[in-house]
Design a protein around this ligand. Structure first.
Ligand SMILES: NC(=O)c1ccc[n+]([C@@H]2O[C@H](COP(=O)([O-])OP(=O)(O)OC[C@H]3O[C@@H](n4cnc5c(N)ncnc54)[C@H](OP(=O)(O)O)[C@@H]3O)[C@@H](O)[C@H]2O)c1
Length: 321
């Protein structure tokens, strides 16, 4: 039992305890506020560093002169689209070009254009990179490269199949796609085969770096070329010349890069930050392309039936009309 005299002493002790507790609480909240301030500073510094890096990468650093790699470049798919635009930019820098493409008049027209516009030398290799690829193909290419110093290979030959399911495609088309693009149908698997190229490029670049060979995978998102007749050139969807100019600015830099700043910002960031939404959009683009193709071929009903084979997560076709 405490007597009346002890009461002030107890009061003082309680007051001291209360002050200590308050001080501890204050210290805790100080630590918390300090931690949050540090986190904020760190996040801001990271964001600023990313912006500085982006601006430097896409707008400030000088382009590498492609002649430093060698005086000749081999460009596959050089008769059209992106391959043709890149050939022009390389030739503009004084690089001689070996043009590899289908045996069509376009190939020789493209070579003649490079010679007359830029005064460079050209060689043409009219060849089908899908059909009958074998020792004779390689011998033809080797013969065309005889006696020249090839510093750059730009692999641009490719074909695109408007999104379709396997059973809708002619067998020959499937085989051609597999060979030229490592392709399996529908838009999403097209993207997956391009991811294969991404990984292949990273591995080859690492393995061949000690020999002074660079392997670079330059990503293209949407470029308005013959391959994409539904696209019209715009800021978000450049034509081949604008895209190739962006690609040349990144030539020989990062192993894998999307050279077009708007694509890098919007699409890459989109896939990183909102992967589900981005994949859903890709799927919608694929569905729309497929529907358009089927409608053009007068096969709308077939489209609906076939879509029925491919239920979405919810078990029903997504875009019925
Ligand atoms: N356009 C885009 O939005 C986009 C997006 C991502 C990736 N890409 C890729 O970029 C590359 C170029 O596309 P692009 O839009 O410039 O296409 P494009 O305008 O259709 O040009 C394709 C080129 O490849 C050649 N080619 C096609 N099949 C061939 C074969 N069997 N053997 C040899 N050459 C063949 C074509 O020759 P002919 O002229 O004689 O037919 C043409 O020179 C492709 O690999 C494509 O997958 C394009």
């Amino acid at each position: 039992m405490l007597g009346p005299a002890a009461i002030p002493e107890v009061g003082l002790r309680a007051q001291a305890l209360l002050q200590a507790a308050l001080a501890t609480g204050q210290a805790r909240s100080d630590v918390l506020v300090g931690g949050m301030a540090l986190l904020l500073v760190w996040l801001t510094a990271r964001a600023v560093a990313s912006i500085v890096r982006f601006v430097h990468m896409y707008y400030l650093r000088p382009a590498i002169d492609p002649r430093t790699f060698g005086s000749w470049a081999v460009v596959t798919g050089a008769s059209e689209g992106i391959g043709r635009a890149l050939s022009n930019l390389l030739a503009e820098k004084g690089v001689n070009i070996v043009l590899v493409s289908l045996p069509e008049p376009r190939l020789h027209e493209a070579a003649a254009e490079l010679e007359s516009k830029y005064g460079v030398k050209t060689r043409t290799v009219p060849i089908d990179l899908c059909r009958n690829v074998g020792p004779a193909t390689f011998a033809t290419i080797r013969a065309a490269l005889e006696g020249i110093e090839v510093g750059t290979l730009v692999n641009c030959a490719g074909m695109y199949q408007p999104p379709a399911f396997l059973e809708e495609l002619p067998d020959q088309r499937i085989q051609d796609m597999l060979i030229i693009n490592s392709y399996v149908p529908t838009m999403v698997s097209y993207a997956a085969t391009k991811a294969y190229l991404d990984n292949l490029s990273r591995s080859l670049d690492a393995e061949y770096a000690p020999f002074g060979v660079r392997v670079q995978c330059i990503w293209a998102a949407f470029v308005a070329t013959r391959m994409t007749p539904n696209l019209t050139p715009s800021a978000m969807c450049p034509g081949p010349a604008a895209w190739a100019a962006a690609a040349m600015r990144q030539f020989g830099r990062e192993t894998v890069i999307d050279p077009y700043p708007l694509h890098a910002l919007v699409m890459d960031a989109g896939f990183k930050l909102m992967p589900k939404l981005s994949h859903r959009n890709t799927r919608r683009y694929s569905d729309e392309g497929r529907e358009r193709e089927l409608r053009a071929a007068g096969k709308v009903m077939a489209s609906i039936q076939v879509q029925g084979h491919s239920p979405t997560r919810h078990g029903s076709p997504r875009r019925r009309k």
